[in-house]
Design a protein around this ligand. Structure first.
Ligand SMILES: NC(=O)c1ccc[n+]([C@@H]2O[C@H](COP(=O)([O-])OP(=O)(O)OC[C@H]3O[C@@H](n4cnc5c(N)ncnc54)[C@H](O)[C@@H]3O)[C@@H](O)[C@H]2O)c1
Length: 439
């Protein structure tokens, strides 16, 4: 049996030892799905608190309840460590480390590089490696292949196997999860695609194989660029509707009655999260090497990045119309997570809105049941107000930034002096209500 056949056999009979590098929002759900399918999984993360917590069977990711994790730890199917040397005994390694942007807006590849450097020390024949982190097209072939294979004298597609498979998890979502969201897999060679598909197909319901790692990398960027551009377009539409005195929410609902050729996107105070505001910029950065400007991405990014500033300008105008000054007023930001019903504040536009209001001399508080504390862009610690309704009553302005389902908007409207609703969180309650200004 050659390396490919023996590895595929190990995936089939579930004797493969699988490691996940990076046990965050992506790595942990993937580890759980692999372990539930019968693989023996070791999560490796330099964050000792994560490894410790997993060792005790306690989850720190809301999508994975502790009741689901604990039995896998107890049965020995899922372990966690900070020790990278366990990689020497692994048959398969998924890399799920962060890919943020540098302050300059360029890709920060440091996590991929450090994880790959660690893995390179323990490379051996008969191992499959899949990169899951979202990144620019070409990363798997240009960065991982030389560091892991060529430097170790191993021939890819024969001695070892390398592929890209983008993670598509949507935190907080229950209908589509890591298990039942089709998984795109693209290998460096056809044998790499085959091996990676056998591995992932042993745990995930549907695999969609593409002809190269680059096609898989680009597919992920298409998905996220599609969202970013459409959100940018609808954000601009909200600015245009406001100029013309047209209700953008009514317009969107009307367009959404078309049963074909239209997909509903809604405006808001700006993009948030680890993916949509960032990933397309990996593509526009890469395209510079091809002397090409990714115009849709740059335009959408520009519009989306300016939305928090637009929201604050609209609040200022609305206060002015009501005969109030912004400076010296009290504001309660309602919801700071980057999207509803989750506990993730990464890249949240709430942080920009808070910072901009503070710069205008506003005293800002926030409430979010999922985010007990936050650090502002200026580095100050804030705590979610303990009593929502008294904070609503005390505020001159309530800004609805994240439309969490658990809020009783009727009660909030009743108690508030003025609400700026950047998400149409109040729905019909806010329409034509003199206390409410909608984006
Ligand atoms: N969160 C999402 O919704 C989502 C969805 C799709 C794709 N992605 C992509 O998946 C990747 C991971 O995102 P995430 O949300 O899971 O990030 P995360 O920050 O939640 O988790 C990443 C983990 O990697 C660990 N880590 C850092 N350096 C490491 C190293 N050298 N070796 C091993 N572990 C290391 C960190 O300690 C952290 O626990 C990113 O590229 C992201 O763009 C995320």
């Amino acid at each position: 049996m050659n390396q490919k056949e023996s590895l595929i056999k190990k995936f089939r009979d579930k004797t493969a030892q699988v490691a996940i590098l990076g046990m965050g929002y992506v790595g942990l759900p993937l580890a759980v799905v692999f372990a539930e399918a019968g693989y023996h999984v070791t999560g490796i993360d330099p964050d000792a608190r994560k490894a410790d917590s997993l060792g005790r069977g306690i989850s720190y990711i809301p999508d994975i309840p502790t009741e689901r994790l604990a039995p896998l730890v107890k049965s020995g199917h899922l372990k966690a460590t900070t020790d990278f040397s366990v990689l020497k005994d692994m048959d398969a390694v998924s890399i799920c480390v962060p890919t943020p942007l540098r302050k300059t807006g360029d890709p920060d590849m440091s996590f991929i590089l450090s994880a790959t450097e660690q893995l390179a020390k323990y490379m051996h024949k008969g191992v499959a490696v899949v990169l899951e982190s979202t990144t620019y097209p070409g990363t798997t072939r240009e960065v991982l292949l030389p560091m892991l294979g060529e430097a170790n004298g191993l021939k890819v597609g024969e001695d070892w196997f390398l592929a890209f498979s983008p993670e598509r998890v949507d935190p907080g979502r229950e209908d589509f999860t890591t298990l039942n969201t089709p998984k795109v897999v693209g290998g460096i060679t056809a044998a790499c695609s085959e091996v990676a598909s056998a591995w992932y197909g042993g745990a995930i319901l549907q695999i969609h194989m593409v002809s190269s790692a680059e096609a898989a990398e680009m597919a992920k960027l298409l998905e996220n660029t599609f969202r970013m551009v459409n959100i940018g377009m609808v954000n601009e539409l909200s600015i245009m509707c406001n100029r013309m005195g047209v209700d953008v929410w009514e317009v969107i609902d009307a367009a959404a009655t078309k049963p074909f050729g239209f997909m509903k996107f809604t405006p808001g105070p700006g993009l948030g999260g680890h993916c949509i505001p960032i990933d397309p910029l990996y593509l526009s950065w890469k395209m510079k090497a091809y002397q090409y400007t990714a115009r849709f991405i740059e335009l959408a990014s520009d519009i989306n990045t300016n939305m928090p500033r637009y929201v604050v300008t609209r609040i200022l105008e609305a206060m002015n119309e009501r005969g109030h000054v912004l400076k010296g007023s009290r504001c309660l930001v309602l919801g700071v997570a980057y999207k509803p019903d989750i506990d993730d504040i990464r890249e949240s536009p709430a942080l920009d809105v808070i910072g901009l209001l503070q710069k205008k001399g506003v005293t800002v508080e926030y409430h979010d049941p999922y985010i007990p504390t936050l650090k502002t862009h200026e580095g100050a610690e804030m705590q979610s107000v303990p009593d929502l309704m008294s904070a609503v009553r005390a505020a001159d302005i309530v800004v609805a930034v994240t439309n969490h389902k658990i809020y009783d908007y009727e009660a909030i409207l009743e108690a508030a002096k003025f609400i700026f609703d950047s998400r149409n969180a109040l729905g019909r309650l806010g329409k034509d209500n003199p206390k409410v200004e909608r984006l």
